[in-house]
Design a protein around this ligand. Structure first.
Ligand SMILES: Nc1nc(=O)c2c([nH]1)NC[C@@H]1CN(c3ccc(C(=O)N[C@@H](CCC(=O)O)C(=O)O)cc3)C=[N+]21
Length: 296
């Protein structure tokens, strides 16, 4: 038996096309085009690639892309001044500061400086609090994309056992919040979890976000489980996820590939959040772009 491969790349292309239609409708209603500002500090090649593909996707959706490149040794105060300027710029609906930042910069101070109502990454503590309490805000893009793929694959998630492996502020914690909101029974596992294999064995839904190549083994899975692999690990053998893909394929019901799974959804959800922000800031009601509801 072989699992269904969840085609995140195709789903994300559809979502980006609908966001593009939403951009055109917003332009017709408001006379302006949504804008996303991306700030890149330093010249890390992987980050530069991501920033370039975000800029390209932003323009393809009909939005404005503002790119700010700062040297690796930039003063924290100068970076904060750039954020202040973007916070006050009416053309900018979304601000993304590419992470990680160089070690001399206080990442939390930078994230907290972004206007929560332009924080399309959903990393500001105000947005984390809104998500935890069920208020409208911005949901982090990777977990939002994972929920869309889960609903597309499984339909209603209510009552399912979900295990989130990883407890980062960016993926694991917001992922758990979203699954709680979908009425799953949620377990959050991490590096100190005892008997990870035993925890995974009970799960109808497995979200792997540990950042360790092929750590989650196919034999651990409950037969028929839906496996969402958030990992992107560069190895000698190429790009691999946090899940042993071949092993998972012979036990699971459905699996996301790496690449072509969660990654493209992250960018599509970033564009969707920017469109949502533009509508909120202009006071224009928005037509839903996610096929299965999407997240706040
Ligand atoms: N403030 C901030 N927000 C982010 O959302 C953010 C960030 N910082 N720092 C870096 C990570 C990483 N990230 C990815 C986005 C898309 C793919 C993606 O599209 N991947 C493709 C191609 C992978 C490849 O070939 O390299 C795929 O998985 O199929 C991957 C990774 C966003 N990040």
């Amino acid at each position: 038996m072989s699992a269904q491969i969840i085609d995140g790349k195709a789903f994300a292309a559809g979502l980006r096309a609908r966001v593009g239609e939403g951009v055109a409708a917003f332009h017709a209603a408001s006379g302006r085009v949504p804008g996303l500002a991306v700030v890149l500090v330093g010249e890390d090649p992987a980050s530069a690639v991501y920033v370039r593909s975000k800029g390209k996707a932003t323009r393809e959706a009909g939005m404005q892309s503002f790119e700010h490149r700062l040297p690796a040794d930039v003063d924290q105060d100068d970076l904060l001044a750039v954020i202040d300027r973007l916070n006050g710029d009416a053309e900018v609906d979304g601000i993304l500061v590419q992470l990680p930042l160089p070690p001399h910069i206080d990442e939390q101070a930078v994230i907290t400086r972004i206007d929560p109502d332009k924080d399309v990454d959903g990393f500001h503590p105000v947005n984390a609090g809104r998500l935890a309490t069920g208020l409208d805000g911005f949901v982090p893009c990777t977990p939002a994309g994972c929920v869309m793929l889960l609903k597309d694959t499984l339909g209603d998630l209510s009552g399912l056992d979900a295990v989130v492996i990883g407890r980062s502020n960016i993926v694991g914690k917001p992922m758990a919040q979203l699954l709680i909101a979908e009425s799953c029974t949620v377990t959050v596992a991490h590096s100190r979890t005892r008997d990870l294999a035993g925890v995974v064995a009970r799960a109808d839904i497995v979200i792997a976000a540990v950042g360790r190549a092929e750590m989650i083994k196919g034999e651990w899975l409950k037969p028929g489980a839906c496996v969402i692999d958030v990992g992107i690990n560069r190895t000698a053998a190429g790009l691999v996820g946090d899940v042993d893909f071949a092993g998972a394929m012979s036990v699971a019901g459905a699996v996301t590939p790496v690449p072509g799974g969660v990654g493209p959804m992250t960018i599509a959800c970033l564009l969707r959040n920017t469109l949502i922000s533009a509508h909120r800031r202009a006071g224009v009601p928005m037509i839903e772009t996610a096929p299965n509801g999407g997240e706040r």
